[in-house]
Design a protein around this ligand. Structure first.
Ligand SMILES: NC(=O)c1ccc[n+]([C@@H]2O[C@H](COP(=O)([O-])OP(=O)(O)OC[C@H]3O[C@@H](n4cnc5c(N)ncnc54)[C@H](OP(=O)(O)O)[C@@H]3O)[C@@H](O)[C@H]2O)c1
Length: 251
């Protein structure tokens, strides 16, 4: 089986490509750095030639509302058109737990469009909703910092290590299409404000962490259920405390 990983050079993509190379399958990493651009279509048909399975773990280089919408809509349409030509029999995409609950955010409106394009494509698919990656806590801190204050919600979050995401994605990639959305998350629920405090303490970031129930997450309000996966979610095994105490993860 040939598997093309769109975004195969990114955080999840590069680990997924390595993981799949341990199977008996042929794996191709496709991204602009490899001459494949889903926005312009450059190299896309060649990357999908003879592909049985496509995994889309690409992300928009810009999170500005218009850019991210253009990225996921145009890329999504281009990928599906190329898959139809190539006769791809399983499309897998990585999206985010709570996407439909986060529609006040431009990023999540774009992820929903990405999902809608897949669902209406007619190509067998599995959409994987993941909670936030441990590696993304720094990005949350960055986006929540104003004048040396980090203002974040105390709503619950259930973050997951990228290695646990890749374990789940590997099994889904070599499995049968589910034609629905499956959810994955980390082993522990924690208040977002407490998670951010753990991160800033380890990273020696002296900015004050302010817990504010009205603080939004990339523009969307949160409650204790917004970012939490459903009861059927497959949970990872790596705990944040052990992960962040590894100096390799303190970047
Ligand atoms: N961050 C989170 O907590 C979280 C949680 C749940 C789900 N997700 C989803 O997980 C996915 C992967 O995230 P990530 O953090 O692994 O991403 P990432 O590290 O930012 O990697 C992005 C990848 O997208 C590729 N890319 C960018 N522009 C492209 C284009 N025009 N055509 C083709 N590929 C392009 C990049 O290629 P180059 O290296 O060549 O530039 C790179 O391989 C995203 O879809 C995101 O929505 C994220």
């Amino acid at each position: 089986m040939k598997i093309t990983v769109i975004g195969g050079t990114g955080l999840i993509g590069s680990k997924l490509v390595n993981s799949l190379k341990n199977s008996e399958h042929e794996v191709l990493a496709a991204s602009p750095n490899k001459g494949v651009n889903t926005l312009t279509g450059e190299g896309l048909d060649q990357a999908l030639e003879h592909a049985d399975v496509v995994v889309d773990v690409a992300n928009s280089p810009s999170f500005a509302d218009e850019d991210v919408m253009n990225f996921f809509k145009t890329s999504g349409e281009n990928i599906i058109a190329a898959e139809k030509k190539a006769g791809v029999s399983h499309h897998i995409a990585l999206s985010v737990v709570g996407t439909t609950r986060l529609q006040d955010s431009g990023y999540f409106r774009a992820k929903k469009i990405q999902e809608d394009i897949i669902k209406s494509s007619g190509i067998p698919y599995t959409i994987v909703h993941s909670t936030q990656f441990f590696e993304f806590v720094g990005g949350i801190v960055h986006s929540s910092t104003i004048d040396n204050k980090i203002i974040v919600s105390p709503a619950l979050i259930q973050p997951i290590a990228s290695d646990d995401v890749v374990t789940a994605l590997t099994a889904i990639t070599i499995g049968e299409p589910k034609n629905t959305t499956v959810e994955i998350g980390g082993p522990d629920k924690i208040k977002l404000s407490d998670l951010v405090k753990k991160y800033t303490t380890i990273m020696k970031n002296k900015d004050e962490v302010i817990s504010d129930p009205d603080a939004t997450y990339f523009g969307a309000p949160l409650d204790d259920s917004t970012l939490i996966p459903n009861n059927n979610a497959k949970l990872g095994t790596i705990h944040y405390d052990e992960w962040i105490s590894n100096p390799e993860n303190q970047r």
